[in-house]
Design a protein around this ligand. Structure first.
Ligand SMILES: Nc1ncnc2c1ncn2[C@@H]1O[C@H](COP(=O)(O)OP(=O)(O)O)[C@@H](O)[C@H]1O
Ligand SMILES: [Mg+2]
Length: 681
């Protein structure tokens, strides 16, 4: 008997070889059904059902319909049945055995060669930024870890202009992609020679991944990925010069990455003279694009200077322009303490490997040694809650026991992790940083107390610059930072931006179109410092939306907004008082002269009496407030862009300065005094 297919037709009627290609696309849903079925007219019924579909767009459909008139079609067979039948038994393409011959390890370098966009190398402009960023971030991390005030030199030179002469004098292709040579030099601790190849030519190799300590890098993939990109696009090796101390030799090493093995190949290795006590210089040649704007290298360096007041930076752009940022603070950031994971943030898998990796240790000991804030009594409580013996060997705890321990770790009452592991910029230095970039503005800043997300401590801080040279009519300039590193891409996907958009800036005296950024001469800095920054991807472009982070960010933005609002209100009051003062000063001489002639007294005496009484009519305190920039925590030359910016004080004010301090203005007391003084006249 002919076997019957579960879908209802006999197996020997199934489309054979010829129909197979038609079956594939229709099964994938990529081609119109009519066209495919029209090409497979073996079973007339199928063809008719498909051709009868009014939407069948194929030119072949009518002829197919002709070949198989509708009258012959089995009425109970809808068009869909054809689709179901066609892919019924695709030709066997591979077996488990043939597939097994192709299955092998994928080296991480091979993976990122294909997926370099994941690391920020998805277009030439971004690749230039990422390369500079990885090298600069490493230099800053290394200097801070070694307790050295960083002195960096960043240079980018174009090495192959389109249409220019090649290396041997030959004319190059005018459409050839532009190559740049990026060079980043630091005065850090240097790198010991045997480590250099692995650091720069092996992906996933670094000193920061396995520890919980605040730093710019964390994955051990940054600089080697930049070298890999350079090698892929230009074929040139990465060059490193490094020296670890006075009197020690400096090494110059050229490296390539063997992508198949994810291992370094040393191209050349020599000892060189370097007039520097210690430091590292990295040079990478790459295909790239240099351009300006928010996501440019220049913007990155400018913003890095804002968040790192202790950095001295010299930059030579591909156009030959230089940018110098002299150091504005000699205070190195406090050293971040390394911490252990907090029990409230631990995941089950992590707990399981902690237990398994502690042979010979008791459960209680593992809890106390491997977690922060777990004292002896807390460990006992956790074990009791989990019904796991504190004295049991950690490696012998079964899966259910580990699950109960995990639950107890999440529920036990504990102190928050130590905040000493997080190093914010600080309110004062954030203002110093802002001053580096925005001159003559009004500045405010706020550093929130430490908080915790998923067991990781973090601190949010916000700084604002208002007025000065900032444009009056444009949306506020936003600078996002994570562990002092500027984030320039993906603003819409970032929790930091959301905290700014979500704030009602109108309440602080600014205009804000619905759902947009505030408009005005304003720059906003938000910095998130944490032992582990939750980025949305490996390219470290945007911060994930954890509730705890969002809450702290909003609070910090609001706190700064309130300070700015208070300043703007004071500035407005001062402006109107200034106007009043101008009016009085204009009419006092005239009125004094008229009164003098009526009363027969000398006009200058009357004028003096009026001038003395002025503090009772004009709130001079507010004028002074305005002059000092006002606002808590803020300083600077006043709100340059504040509405109705008053003119400079008239020269007659100088005489008032020598007067005794004016009595407090306003109120009943002021009125009484005013009356007394007028009586005098
Ligand atoms: N300029 C430098 N000076 C000293 N050490 C460096 C320097 N650049 C990189 N390193 C070391 O190389 C490691 C790997 O760097 P990288 O690949 O960028 O990964 P990550 O910064 O995420 O650890 C760093 O962890 C650091 O120990
Ligand atoms: Mg790095």
């Amino acid at each position: 008997m002919t076997p019957v297919h579960p879908l209802g037709y006999r197996v020997n009627e199934m489309p054979k070889k010829k129909q197979a290609p038609a079956a594939k696309p229709s099964s994938e849903g990529t081609k119109p059904v009519g066209r495919e079925t029209a090409r497979a007219p073996k079973k007339p019924g199928h063809v008719v059902a498909a051709a009868a579909k009014p939407s069948a767009p194929s030119a072949k459909a009518p002829s197919a319909a002709k070949a198989a008139p509708p009258a012959k079609a089995p009425p109970e067979e809808p068009a869909e049945a054809v689709e179901l039948r066609e892919p019924a038994r695709p030709a066997r393409r591979a077996t488990a055995e043939t597939m097994a011959t192709r299955q092998r390890d994928i080296s991480v370098s091979e993976f990122f060669t294909k997926n370099r966009h994941l690391l920020g190398f998805d277009n030439p402009a971004k690749s230039l930024l990422t390369t500079v960023k990885e090298a600069v971030d490493n230099s800053l991390d290394a200097c801070e870890e070694a307790g050295i005030l960083p002195d960096l030199r960043v240079e980018i030179h174009e090495v192959q202009a389109p249409g220019s002469k090649g290396e041997k004098g030959e004319k190059t292709n005018p459409n050839a992609p532009i190559r740049y040579r990026v060079s980043v030099e630091d005065n850090g601790p240097g790198i010991v020679k045997p480590q250099i190849p692995k650091i720069f030519a092996k992906l996933l190799y670094g000193s920061k991944f396995h520890r919980l300590k605040q730093s710019r890098g964390q994955q051990g993939i940054g600089i080697s990925a930049a070298g890999l990109y350079g090698q892929l696009t230009t074929g040139k090796p990465v060059t490193i010069v490094s020296k670890t101390g006075k009197g020690r030799p400096a090494f110059r090493i050229e490296l390539r990455i063997d992508t198949k093995r994810n291992q370094p190949d040393v191209v050349s290795d020599e000892t060189v003279e370097w007039d520097k006590d210690h430091g590292t210089k990295v040079e990478i040649e790459l295909v790239a694009l240099y351009r300006g704007g928010r996501t440019s290298v220049d913007a990155y360096l400018e913003q890095t200077a804002v968040a790192n007041p202790h950095l001295a930076l010299h930059y030579v752009s591909p156009k030959g322009e230089t940018m110098d940022f002299p150091r504005v603070s000699d205070a190195l950031p406090r050293e971040a303490q390394e911490i252990k994971p907090h029990p409230h943030g631990v995941e089950l898998g992590m707990l399981l490997s902690m237990l398994r990796d502690s042979p010979g240790k008791k459960v209680k000991q593992v809890l106390m040694d491997d977690f922060s804030r777990v004292t002896s009594s807390v460990a006992d409580t956790i074990c009791a809650m989990a019904k796991v013996s504190a004295k049991a060997f950690a490696a012998s705890v079964d899966h259910e026991g580990a699950e109960r321990l995990h639950k107890a770790l999440g529920e036990v009452k504990l102190m928050a992790p130590s905040a000493s592991s997080v190093v914010p910029i600080g309110e004062e230095l954030l203002v110093e940083g802002l001053k580096r970039r925005f001159k003559n503005a009004f500045y405010v800043s706020t550093t929130r107390p430490p908080s915790v997300y998923r067991g990781n401590p973090f601190v949010v801080e916000v700084g604002l610059a208002y007025g000065g040279d900032l444009p009056l009519e444009e949306p506020a300039e936003i600078m996002r930072f994570a562990n002092r590193v500027p984030l320039q891409y993906q603003p819409k996907a970032c929790a930091i931006s959301e905290s700014i958009y979500d704030t009602n800036w109108k309440a602080y005296g600014l205009t804000q179109p619905r759902g947009s950024l505030p408009v005005g001469p304003l720059a906003i800095v938000v910095h998130l410092a944490s032992v582990w920054v939750p980025f949305t991807s490996e390219a470290k472009e945007a911060v994930a939306h954890y509730d705890e982070l969002m809450r702290e960010m909003k609070l910090a933005v609001q706190e700064c907004g309130r300070k700015l609002g208070a300043h703007l209100r004071a500035a407005e009051r001062a402006a109107s008082e200034h106007k009043r003062l101008g009016l009085f000063q204009r009419y006092i001489p005239e009125v004094s002269a008229a009164l003098g002639s009526i009363l027969g007294s000398p006009a200058d005496k009357i004028e003096q009496a009026f001038t003395n009484a002025l503090p009772n009519f004009v709130k001079l305190a507010e004028l002074e407030d305005k002059g000092n920039g006002g606002g808590e925590g803020g300083e600077g030359g006043g709100a340059g862009g504040a509405p109705s910016d008053p003119p400079p004080p008239p020269s007659s004010m100088a005489s008032m300065d020598s007067q005794p301090p004016p009595p407090p203005a306003g109120g009943g007391k002021g009125k009484k005094k005013r009356a007394e003084q007028l009586n005098l006249i």
